[in-house]
Ligand binder design. Structure first.
Ligand code: CMC
Length: 402
């Protein structure tokens, strides 16, 4: 009684106040903690931006050195966790491995688990509790790349690589992925930078489906490992983090640029979806898509051009001048071009959502931390519904049912 009709898909429901990420969907503006995404992509790096997203300010040199040191130190995995990752089938989807592995990690850190502690430390905000919270943040961000590299290598039957010292966060990830034992290995700097920019662009995007899932889950005061696993599960779908994979599958199915008009017609008849186009908030091009497009050209200079690039360009051009897309304000989102970069760098297709999830761990943690420390404490997210099912009826024994 007294409830209003639900807002399906939360088109117009703001569930909280946030200081983290600002989007103006009409103007195509994205800012992390006030800083334009274009400036961060140009001058910052993923780990520095991660600090900014979580703690609200750019770090000093000392703060950055300490932050980077902690995150990279906590990248190392317990050998039993390695056994867990090894237990998956060779053809398991890497997102299934990553999602399960985050939840599994929760079994290691009793100090983070309110079921074991009797209460959550994370809502207290005193120095000792904040230090425990920080430690879980270092672990989750540090181990994200290690788990992702394990998910990649287990399917190839290859040994895992211990996170190295002396490389950047992204460099360490690339090292763990494909290092074949050579000494003094350093990842190609152009590719390392490109992946780092993609990580930075994917680090947060305010209350998307997966961040909302992390908050919804975290609102029960569950441990952060379980909340992050829930975020991973939400991100896995093709309407969200699976879109980069879906774009490449779509481009492969289209094949040559001359097949683009037929594909566009199929989209207009609702037989197909143009993956990598459209966004709940942006009603113009996603500002990240321009940066990704430019980054793709830099990557192609190293790797050679992808044969699907021409098809992607033809598709982009056709959609941008077609009335169906113009009238619905559908334009490229961050994932339209990102898959081409991942492909050129040699990542397997089904690994693409992992490359979205790893950096998004940062945004999930920023939102989770903000909610835990919000004034007045955490309120469990428990929406109401409007019941439209049958009225009361009496149970019928199975022998008497029609
Ligand atoms: N291809 C064809 N038609 C589309 C598309 C698309 N990609 N996106 C939206 N539409 C149509 C939709 O059918 C609807 O038409 P009508 O008004 O005639 O019924 C209209 O445009 C409005 O779309 P909507 O489905 O109400 O929009 P939404 O805000 O609910 O969905 C979206 C947003 C991202 C799920 C959707 O645009 C989509 O499915 N895009 C393709 C998947 C994709 O690229 N996802 C990645 C999003 S960005 C990265 C991330 O944050 O995950």
């Amino acid at each position: 009684k007294g409830l209003r009709v639900s807002d399906k898909g939360y088109l117009n429901t703001a569930v909280m106040r946030s200081e983290i990420t600002y989007i103006d969907g009409e103007a195509g503006v994205l800012r992390y903690r006030g800083y334009p995404i274009e400036q961060l992509a140009l001058h910052s790096n993923h780990l520095e931006t991660s600090y900014l997203l979580i703690y609200g300010h750019l770090p000093s040199k000392e703060q950055f050195a300490s932050w980077e040191g902690e995150v990279l130190h906590h990248a190392v995995m317990h050998s039993e966790a390695e056994q867990f990752c090894r237990s998956f089938r060779y053809d398991a989807h890497p997102m299934a491995i990553l999602t399960s592995a985050f939840a599994y990690l929760g079994s290691y850190y009793a100090e983070a688990n309110p079921s074991l502690q009797g209460q959550s430390l994370f809502t207290k905000g005193d120095a000792a509790s904040l230090a425990v919270m920080d430690k879980q943040i270092y672990r989750l961000i540090g181990k994200a790349t290690t788990l992702a590299a394990m998910a990649y290598r287990v399917r190839q039957g290859r040994d895992f690589v211990t996170p190295p010292t002396g490389l950047s966060y992204t460099g360490s990830f690339l090292y763990q992925m494909d290092h074949l034992g050579e000494e003094n290995y350093t990842p190609n700097p152009v590719l390392e930078k490109a992946l780092d920019v993609l990580f930075l662009l994917h680090a947060d995007h305010e209350l998307n489906a997966s961040s909302t899932t992390v908050l919804q889950t975290g609102s029960s005061l569950v441990d952060p490992y379980s909340a992050i696993a829930a975020g991973c599960a939400s991100l896995y779908g093709p309407l969200h983090g699976g879109a980069n994979e879906a774009v490449i599958r779509m481009l492969i199915s289209i094949g040559k640029p001359e097949n683009v008009p037929a594909f566009i017609e199929a989209v207009k008849k609702r037989e197909k979806v143009l993956s990598g186009f459209g966004h709940r908030v942006y009603k113009t091009s996603d500002p990240r898509s321009f940066i990704v497009r430019k980054t793709a050209d830099e990557v192609f200079k190293v790797t050679g051009t992808d044969e699907l690039l021409e098809t992607a360009m033809a598709l982009h051009e056709a959609a941008m001048k077609d009335e169906y897309f113009i009238s619905r304000k559908l334009a490229p989102n961050v994932d339209f071009w990102s898959g081409l970069i991942y492909r050129a760098m040699g990542f397997p297709l089904d690994f693409f959502p992992v490359l979205f999830a790893v950096p998004r761990v940062v945004g999930w943690l920023a939102h989770w931390r903000q909610m835990m420390l919000q004034e007045g404490g955490v309120k469990i997210w428990r929406p109401r519904q409007i019941f439209v099912g049958p009225p009361k009826r009496d149970y019928v024994l199975i022998d008497h049912r029609e």
